[in-house]
Design a protein around this ligand. Structure first.
Ligand SMILES: N[C@@H](CCC[C@H](N)C(=O)O)C(=O)O
Length: 274
């Protein structure tokens, strides 16, 4: 039996989205990793599975899997893509996504830009999580990164210039550093002004991506904590820019940007290893 999917992206951070609200499609971590393979599968940074919501007030339960088949509690760009899917497919301009990181309200504005409320960042070392007690604003690592959980673990390096650290070399080493028992997403940020930064993210389980929504939120939160930018900041990544606001009133982080459907298709799950 063929399984329908939507191929979507937020600024080039790309996703295969499969709807399992009515029936399951035999997706296992191994099968997801095979489907995410860019040479032998469909190819994507994350694989997104929609299930029926089981929390009051939620429209859909969303699970996020990295290209290596591991699961993540959060994915900002995929959350925005799912909100776009619910708007285009089901006419819901506003929706509430149930995720492992909590209930995330999302909405589509008149211009078609999609926002998601990622909730409040967790700043305690236990929540990132780190392997040992540490000040999350100054991790005990060379380069003085800061850490935060946006529902998933992030460390952000602030670079004096772009040559300081090569994400492709430093990213995988840092992702697996012993300080991060659940691994971590590693951001390389360059502050351009009090309201703009440049960011590249080595994503846990997926590698270097063209954009990372939760990574952008993490970088702004960490930059605000360091006094480097204002609470609203434009984050420029290889695939384009997101606007991020760390709201003063309730401490929630809001992210806005485009979400795009590239194509739809179908695959035979049995053709991939389980
Ligand atoms: N692309 C993402 C983050 C995806 C999850 C991440 N790799 C993890 O393992 O936590 C985003 O847009 O937030």
């Amino acid at each position: 039996m063929m399984t329908p999917f939507s191929k979507m992206h937020g600024l080039g951070n790309d996703f295969v989205v499969v709807d399992e609200r009515v029936e399951r499609h035999g997706l296992t971590p191994a099968r997801i990793a095979a489907l995410a393979d860019r040479h032998r599968g469909i190819g994507c940074d994350q694989f997104v599975v929609l299930r029926p919501a089981c929390r009051e007030g939620a429209d859909v339960f969303v699970r996020f899997f990295n290209a290596d088949g591991s699961e993540s509690g959060a994915c900002g760009n995929a959350s925005r893509c799912v909100a776009d899917l619910l708007w285009r497919g089901e006419g819901r301009r506003q929706s509430v996504l149930q995720t492992r990181a909590g209930l995330l309200p999302a909405w589509v504005d008149e211009a078609g830009l999609v926002s998601v409320d990622m909730g409040a960042p967790a700043l305690d070392w236990r929540d990132v999580p780190l392997a040992e007690p540490a000040d999350t604003l100054h991790l005990p690592l060379p380069g003085d990164p800061a850490a935060v959980s946006m529902g998933n673990p992030h460390a952000t390096f602030f670079l004096a210039d772009r040559l300081d650290l090569d994400p492709v070399v430093a990213g995988p080493l840092l992702e697996h550093d012993a300080l991060f028992p659940e691994r971590a997403n590693i951001g390389f940020a360059e502050v351009l002004s009090g309201a703009a930064m440049r960011l590249r993210v080595w994503e846990r389980g997926s590698g270097l991506t063209l954009a990372c929504g939760s990574g952008a939120c993490a970088a702004v939160v960490n930059a605000v904590r360091r006094g480097l930018v204002a609470r609203t900041c434009r984050v420029e990544m290889d695939g384009g820019a997101l606007s991020v606001t760390w709201r003063e009133e309730d401490g929630h982080v809001l992210m806005t940007g485009p979400a795009t459907t590239s194509f739809v298709g179908s695959f035979d799950p049995e053709a991939y290893p389980s």
